[in-house]
Design a protein around this ligand. Structure first.
Ligand code: F6P
Length: 319
């Protein structure tokens, strides 16, 4: 059977180890492996190439994705999905592994409901916001990038009487922010999922400042959309000169960590095995409570990821 792999949406560290494993493992199983370049845009434009081991040699340690990715508007139109399907058919491709996030899975759900194509999704996004899985590829690397930045910012923050606000990615999900705040000992964490108790935190921090605290580290999730208000609040109410750092796209880059490489290998083997043993798959590989499993794509895309309760509880009581 010919199988293909494609990356879609925001890239995530771990995609390259997954691509390498996909090619090596498919050939080991006696199947043909294809690479779809440029995500859904490339699927429409037939940028599909039979893979060799050489194509994926020396990529396991590199961030991003060697086959590139895209966010496609055209794929939402039927005529382009038909084009994409005909391209896959012309190469004899029967099954696809798709590395992507929520939006990409939504597109694949539509695609597979219209055409006879089997696919298995691998949750891949630094946002960690996909329903049904505790872990998405790329999250550990992104957290380590953020951790490194926060450790450095704390060095300079502690050398002055200053507050630092660090805005992290995550789209509408506060996962990166809350985990980063916990592991860096931040004093403030603001995420879209939890109402921030300004009065409570203000009281606590003013007391600490009175007792000698000379700096504050605040983490804000980009989805909270209130970085400038928080900036004003800290300066006016806590009386500290305040600087803002928006970490931006550096959070999406970097060599995948050991954990992301191992997870990429495991996710991919599960996905390929599933495709080879089923001919009607519309699934996502999920990692839940330490175990791999599969969930219907429809269930994944029609539900919203919820942060675990202990993270939500931690928000107003960081110490
Ligand atoms: O979904 C990954 C992500 O990096 C989000 O955290 C962020 O909001 C978004 O993608 C940025 O998208 P783009 O790279 O298109 O600017």
């Amino acid at each position: 059977m010919a199988l293909a792999i494609m990356c879609s949406g925001g890239d995530a560290p771990g995609m390259n180890p997954a691509i390498k494993k996909f090619v090596d493992y498919s050939y080991k199983k006696g199947e043909e492996a294809y690479l779809v370049y440029d995500g859904l845009e490339g699927l429409i434009d037939n940028k599909i190439k039979k893979a060799t081991h050489q194509d994926v040699a020396g990529i396991v340690h590199i961030g991003g994705t060697i086959i590139r990715s895209s966010r496609s508007k055209r794929f939402f139109e039927h005529e382009y999905r038909l084009k994409a399907f005909n391209n896959l058919k012309s190469h004899g491709i029967k099954g696809m592994v798709v590395l992507g996030g929520d939006g990409s899975f939504r597109a694949m759900e539509k695609f597979s409901s219209e055409f006879d194509i089997n696919f298995v999704g691998i949750p891949s996004t630094i946002d960690n916001d996909i329903y049904g899985t505790d872990y998405c590829l790329g999250v550990d690397t992104a957290l380590n990038v953020i951790r490194d930045a926060l450790d450095k910012i704390r060095d300079t923050a502690s050398s002055f009487n200053r507050a630092f606000i660090v805005e992290v990615m995550g789209r509408d999900c506060g996962y990166l922010a809350v985990v980063s705040a916990m592991i860096s000992g931040a004093e403030i964490c603001i995420i879209p999922e939890v109402e921030f108790n300004t009065q409570e935190v203000e009281k606590k921090l003013l007391k600490e400042i009175e007792e000698g605290r000379n700096y504050i580290l605040a983490i804000i999730s980009e989805g909270s959309k209130n970085t400038s208000q928080v900036h004003a609040w800290i300066q006016d109410k806590l009386g500290l000169e305040t600087r803002v750092s928006i970490l931006g796209h550096i959070q999406r880059g970097g060599n995948p960590t050991v954990y992301d490489r191992l997870m990429a290998f495991d996710f991919t083997i599960k996905a390929v095995d599933y495709l080879l043993s089923h001919n009607d798959s519309n699934k996502v590989v999920v990692f839940k409570n330490g175990e791999f499993g599969f969930m219907e794509i429809e269930e994944v895309v029609s539900n919203k990821y919820q942060l675990p309760q202990h993270y939500l509880d931690a928000i107003n009581f960081l110490d």
